[in-house]
Write a protein of this length. Structure first.
Length: 255
């Protein structure tokens, strides 16, 4: 793994550059990014607003219920006292959360210009790739166990709810970007220290993809969002969210 000592921290090269506000190498970023036109493991269809071909203002598929309409979710989860039932409950909860994200995406999509729609779609595609990579990483820890579907779908649900909140009403950050970025890098380094070399490579790929998502999302918010959100505010907010995720992963991997 390429590392660089910057600002007192030993970090992978790209993240070390970002920590001090230094522009990262375009060659490194392009070589490390996954294909943004196809998110592995995601269902991108003409009826899914994750698809760049989704028409603005169209409604989600009638087959996708909202969380409030899906009565099977509370019923199924109320009786979830076996591993299989808990796995099924987790899947249903994720499906309901994803339906809410669909509605939130389309609502925001309808409020922006054509250029804004393209920027939103680019951010969404990169988020899908990041989500899938991160949740695959989460379930690797339990590979071969009956709990894997529960871990995976819980991860998908958590990511999806966070994304829905971003699409609906982004919350203000708690600190400025410099402070948020410093905490992010500390949390990232702490996670690397508890991982095997193989898993370190995985988390580097995930973090590179998250950086891509962060940049695309903040470009959309600062240039096209109806509320005109400042780029620094977006960078701080997403960094705070990612820091919390990294800390939770470190706790889980330390058990």
């Amino acid at each position: 793994m390429k590392q660089l000592s910057v600002c007192g921290l030993v970090l992978p090269l790209l993240l070390a550059a970002a920590a001090c506000g230094v522009a990262s190498s375009p060659e490194l970023e392009s070589a490390s990014r996954p294909d943004e036109d196809a998110a592995p493991g995601s269902a991108i269809t003409p009826d899914n607003p994750d698809s760049p071909n989704q028409a603005k203002g169209t409604s989600p598929s009638a087959d996708i219920p909202s969380a409030s309409e899906d009565a099977s979710v509370p019923d199924l989860c109320e009786d979830a006292n076996t591993q299989q039932a808990m796995n099924q409950c987790a899947y249903q909860r994720y499906q309901a959360a994803d339906a809410e994200r669909t509605l939130a995406y389309q609502s925001l999509q309808a409020q922006v210009s054509d250029d804004g729609e393209q920027a939103l779609s680019a951010a969404q595609q990169t988020w899908i790739t990041y989500r899938d990579l991160d949740c695959n990483f989460a379930r690797q820890q339990y590979e071969g166990g009956s709990i894997v579907p529960l871990i995976y779908n819980n991860c998908l649900e958590d990511h999806t709810k966070l994304r829905t909140a971003e699409l609906q009403q982004p919350a203000p950050p708690q600190m400025d970007y410099a402070a948020a970025d410093a905490e992010l890098n500390q949390a990232y380094q702490a996670l690397l220290e508890v991982l095997s070399p193989e898993r370190q490579e995985d988390i580097v790929d995930i973090q590179l993809t998250w950086i891509d998502y962060r940049d695309r999302s903040c470009n959309f918010e600062s240039q096209h969002h109806p509320d005109g959100i400042a780029e620094a505010q977006c960078l701080s907010r997403l960094s705070e969210i990612r820091t919390d995720q990294l800390r939770q992963t470190t706790e889980q991997r330390s058990l």
